[in-house]
Design a protein around this ligand. Sequence first.
Ligand code: NI
Length: 166
Amino acid sequence: MALLEIRVYPDRVLRETAKPIDEITDEIIRLSQDMIETMRLARGAGLAANQVGIPIRLIVVELKSGKVGKPVAIINPEIISSESEEISEEGCLSVPGYYEYINRPKKVSVKGVTIDNAPFQIECEGHLARAFQHEIDHLNGRLFIDYLSPVKKNIFKKRYLKQKNR
Ligand code: NI
């Protein structure tokens, strides 16, 4: 396994719409293993392939966090239903050092295919629901900072780019 470089905002690959995967190749399996390793080292709750520079529809998510983690790699994930809302703090490995409160659906159902080519479906809420939504957003070229109000986004851009160029 190998650690991958995590692309950071404003890298343009983060804005690409990732392509659907029609065949699970050895290369994709290896990539998913490397993404899990990279996510864990960075202490992230999830990682999308765009974030390591490969815009294909593959995400890894930590189903359980802590010492006994349980990572899954999901191909072509989709949110099939969502309900109620919750405001909670969010961050992103591609936007290091920045956290903000974001409103999202609280409960979601997610569908996809596991890396072993088995159907995957989960209903979840709270942190896990947020992680799936956040990672699937990445596949659509969307970042959590896109949910900020225009005023907050301007403040973010000034501060973030200043810190990045230091
Ligand atoms: Ni992210």
